[in-house]
Design a binder for this molecule. Structure first.
Ligand code: GTP
Ligand code: MG
Length: 413
């Protein structure tokens, strides 16, 4: 087996060297510290001596031989990062794996190889993360905290990367929070201050109708009810028009109902003198075809209204990301974040909105009208996210941190 050694100041750079020269499938045999540097030993592809053949690995795994050998191989590699250990230990293990006599099915071999590669990747990420915690303890501590708050890896890494090196932990933490707040886009008290024509859209039950009632109540308290119009364009939810009519009576505002979105252009024309027009729409399942129908229905009047996507902060970040992506078809101008009172973590939701560059107009944190609705403030939201993590004792798992920030070489196919 032919080998090549790579030297770099740290694990991340060493892995990059290997990856650049040998590609993502490089087989790493050992890594160790040498005179303050990290040395990685890699098996070369063009080799006269047959190393671990895929068949041998597949068979050996099914016979329970390779796991031991593989772990020993990894252990040998891991040992060699700290005190001196020889590459020959790893090589000996590699060569000790017996060749198989009966080749297993190709699919099984591939699965076994994938598993082994994933394990290697995890180990390499752990090594790189350990290396990073020694070299940059402050940065890694901040990455840990931002992960605990729920911020996405890209958001956390970007903020921490850009911190000036001379800060102590308290200063760095404070600056990180300020930088995160800079990335949260808010609109200010846009609609209840200045008015507009706004359609609230979103998944069923997220709080669209309640948000309309709150916006309308805030408007009436400031400006009175004469310039306000409420439109119910929700023909699906049982009792929705009656609900809008009841709200109108309560606030003294004019209400309208359209059974089909095609009626909206003419209705908006009639209401062109109103300062605030709020349009309630039917809940749309993000994975369904309703979004296309809604986009088509609003197409002709898209330039005459703003669209506010209503999102529940209590939903998982993945679900919010999917909803936000699907509703991009409607090109929402802003969002209203509801159910903050039910959320246990907020970093994920804020990351999704940062990444989608979707401004937050209002947040609501309870079912009360109108008290529970307030204009979104970026720093408040980031501080709330921090408080949620503290209150819930959120803790980031070491493996997760290693996988996210270890920057391991990609040995997976
Ligand atoms: N805890 C809590 N409940 C809320 C909040 N906002 C709305 N709700 C409640 O959520 C429920 C659904 O609210 P709606 O306003 O009817 O939701 P919707 O999006 O209009 O629902 P559909 O029209 O069926 O799609 C109601 O019981 C509201 O009181 C909030 O911020 N916190
Ligand atoms: Mg509704």
């Amino acid at each position: 087996m032919k080998m090549k050694r790579y030297l770099a100041p740290d694990m991340r750079q060493a892995l990059k060297l290997v990856r650049d020269e040998q590609g993502a499938d490089a087989v790493i045999l050992a890594s160790r510290r040498v005179a303050g540097q990290v040395e990685i030993t890699v098996a070369l592809e063009h080799d006269d001596t047959p190393p671990l053949r895929p068949q041998a690995v597949g068979n050996a795994v099914s016979e329970g031989v390779v796991p031991a050998g593989f772990e020993a191989l990894l252990a040998a590699r891991e040992r060699s990062v700290f005190p001196a250990a020889t590459d020959s230990a790893a090589l000996a293990v590699a060569q000790a794996v017996p060749a198989a006599s009966v080749p297993p099915p190709a699919g099984a071999v591939n699965d076994e190889l994938k598993t082994l590669r994933r394990m290697l990747e995890t180990q390499l990420a752990a090594l790189a993360w350990n290396d990073l915690t020694r070299r940059a303890p402050l940065a890694t501590e901040l990455l840990r905290e931002l992960t605990e708050i729920g911020f996405a890896a890209e958001v956390a890494a970007r903020v921490v990367d850009q911190l000036p090196p001379e800060l102590d932990f308290t200063g760095a933490r404070r600056l990180a929070i300020a930088r995160l707040a800079d990335r949260v886009i808010v609109t200010g008290d846009r609609w209840t201050e200045h008015g507009g024509v706004v359609a609230l859209v979103g998944a069923p039950g997220v709080g669209k109708t309640t948000a309309i009632a709150r916006l309308a109540a805030r408007w009436v308290m400031r400006h009175g009810s004469q310039d306000l119009a409420l439109i119910c364009a929700d023909a699906q939810r049982f009792g929705a028009p009656e609900q809008t009519a009841r709200l109108g009576r309560l606030l003294g505002a004019a209400t309208y109902c359209c059974n089909d979105l095609s009626e909206l252009p003419a209705l908006l024309e009639r209401l062109s003198r109103q300062r605030l027009v709020l349009i309630d729409t039917a809940g749309v399942v993000p994975r369904g075809i309703g979004i296309e129908a809604l986009a088509q229905g609003l197409q002709g009047i898209r330039s005459r209204l703003e669209i506010a996507l209503v999102l529940a902060a209590s939903a998982q970040a993945g679900a919010l990301a999917e909803t936000t992506t699907r509703f991009q078809l409607l090109r929402p101008d802003a969002c209203v974040l509801t159910r903050l009172d039910e959320a246990t973590s907020l970093g994920g939701a804020l990351s999704v909105l940062m990444q989608a560059a979707l401004p937050i107009a209002y947040v609501s944190e309870g079912p009360g009208i109108p008290d529970d609705l307030r204009p979104a403030r970026a720093l408040d939201l980031v501080c709330t996210a921090v408080q949620f993590a503290e209150r819930n004792g959120a803790a980031a798992d070491e493996d997760l941190l290693a996988r996210r920030f270890g920057g391991s070489i990609n040995v997976a196919s």
